[in-house]
Design a protein around this ligand. Structure first.
Ligand code: GSH
Length: 203
């Protein structure tokens, strides 16, 4: 059975748990990180002292996007991560783009979710909101020409950005309409694995 370590309020853990549900995998998840801490046994598996980490048989793996790619390739065949190099690359780029987006969004997330009103840096939240809005117009343009970030069908390209899109909408960071992103988000919300694991209260 697959084991996943990481608290579920982490964006990077959500990706893995959601994908495991998309693939219909049985798994056990253990809360690690943040207030749950990390013991020596965990740090021996992941010396970065970060979450998530998985163990699948004799495979121990960290780095959320690498885990997502591994699970899809090992347990999903070509369905979510096509073998065709062009199709794969066009989806993959959104997985890497997500790390830039996460950097842009972090000050707004930390300020609005993890800090008290007294601790908040309003300028940093404002700059982050503007930066997120700019990046979301890029996503919106892409989703105006294809239904999914992965192309014609849902796939891995939709997973990392999909997790952050929930935070974007839940925090009310959308100042200008991004209709195609909003439509894609509605379709993500209809996926049971997304509803169960990604759309949880932000903490
Ligand atoms: N590039 C890494 C980043 C992992 C990461 O930064 N994880 C955060 C949570 S989202 C973490 O471990 N924070 C420390 C903690 O939770 O104790 C990945 O994608 O797995």
């Amino acid at each position: 059975m697959l084991t996943i370590w990481g608290r579920l309020n982490s964006h990077n853990v959500k990706k893995v748990v959601w994908l495991a549900d998309e693939l219909g995998l049985s798994y056990r998840r253990h809360d690690v990180g943040g207030a749950f801490g990390m013991d020596d046994a965990y740090l021996a598996k992941n010396p970065n002292a970060l979450i998530p980490t998985i163990e699948d048989g004799d495979v121990v793996l960290w780095e959320s996007n690498a885990i997502v790619r591994y699970l899809a390739a090992r347990h999903g065949g070509d369905a979510l991560w096509p073998g065709d190099p062009v199709q794969r690359a066009l989806a993959d780029r959104w997985m890497d783009w997500q790390f830039s987006y996460a950097e842009a969004q972090r000050p707004a997330f930390v300020g609005l979710v993890r800090q008290s009103p007294e601790q908040r840096d309003a300028d940093a939240i404002e700059r982050a909101t503007v930066a997120c809005g700019r990046m979301m117009t890029i996503l919106d343009a892409a989703l105006s020409t294809q239904p999914w970030l992965s192309g014609d069908a849902f796939g891995l390209g939709d997973v990392p950005v999909g997790v952050y899109a929930h935070t974007f909408f839940a925090l009310g960071l959308a100042r200008a309409p991004v209709a195609h992103v909003a439509d894609w988000y509605e379709r993500l919300k209809a996926r049971p694995g997304y509803a169960a694991n990604v759309m949880i209260p932000l903490t």
